[in-house]
Design a protein around this ligand. Structure first.
Ligand code: ADP
Ligand code: MG
Length: 262
């Protein structure tokens, strides 16, 4: 079964100055389980709008959307929040961590918003496990300002995984990171996709980065311009290893595994 099906999706924003902005003009897309799709397109082509609709952060103006077999295109705010909490993890360019809140507490946060939050000790246990998965268990008590950009993004990924989502949406997750750190994030995403079977939809405007996905969808002016498989995706682990060591700190330990992700 397809995880995501969009048919004829339009999004029109009403904007004071510009009047109506047609951000999406009839998008059809199907995403199966286990895919790792890169969404590309120039600034303003509709990438974030599409992610926000697929991620149930926003609603389409017209068209149909099914997520995991459920109609998800016409839900109200509360129903969308419930779906997000159960099925979707998000990662953003600017990490979106709460300042003055430890890494561990940032990771725990989505559990608090569940309809039936687990016990305090269970929250702690799962947050520690998620931090171990991104190899930051030894930074649990650090504040975001005490972490590098790459480490902050790994905390954000741990937070996105804590509810064991079916889908991970990453909107330019490497946009603020140097190329070495970008490879580390891509390695983590490739590992989640390959080993844990997590379906990933990621936005990037950099062609070099899109080569690590298994499929590239190009948007142009609110429409899909092309949608093609990548036969031999690059390996971020291999490319990162080829760069050699610079920070042999917490990145190089053996992978912990997060039970039952997704
Ligand atoms: P991308 O992520 O590809 O840069 P966006 O999806 O952010 O593109 O934006 C697509 C178009 O919709 C742009 O013209 C943008 O200015 C417009 N847009 C995005 N969000 C809003 C909004 N909340 N209100 C009005 N216009 C918006
Ligand atoms: Mg964008």
């Amino acid at each position: 079964m397809s995880l995501i099906v969009l048919q004829g999706v339009h999004k029109t924003y009403q904007s004071g100055k510009a009047g109506e902005v047609h951000a999406l003009r009839g998008v059809d897309i199907t995403l199966g389980e286990g895919e790792f799709a890169m969404v590309m397109g120039s600034s303003g082509s509709g990438k974030s709008t599409l992610m926000n609709i697929i991620g149930c952060l926003d609603r389409s103006s017209r068209g149909n959307y099914w997520l995991d077999g459920e109609e998800a295109g016409h839900l109200d705010r509360d129903a969308r929040a419930a779906i997000r909490s159960r099925k979707i993890g998000f990662v953003f360019q600017n990490f979106h961590l709460l300042a003055r809140t430890s890494a561990l507490e940032n990771v725990e946060l989505p559990l608090l918003y569940q309809a039936h939050p687990p016990s305090y000790s269970e929250m702690r246990r799962r947050a520690r496990e998620a931090l171990a998965f991104v190899r930051l268990e030894n930074r649990a008590d650090h504040m975001p300002s005490e972490l590098s950009g790459g480490q902050q993004q790994r905390v954000a990924i741990a937070r996105a995984l804590i509810n064991r989502p079916r889908l991970l949406i990453a909107d330019e997750p490497t946009g603020n990171l140097d190329s070495r750190t970008s490879l580390e994030i891509l390695r983590l995403l490739q590992r989640l996709n390959a080993d844990e079977g997590l379906t990933i939809l990621m936005v990037t405007h950099e062609p070099e980065i899109s080569a690590y996905g298994k499929r590239v969808v190009r948007l142009f002016d609110g429409r899909i311009q092309s949608d093609e498989p990548i036969r031999e995706p690059r390996s971020a682990a291999a490319d990162r290893d080829a760069l050699g060591e610079e920070e042999p700190n917490d990145h190089e330990r053996d992978a912990a595994t997060l039970e039952a992700v997704p």
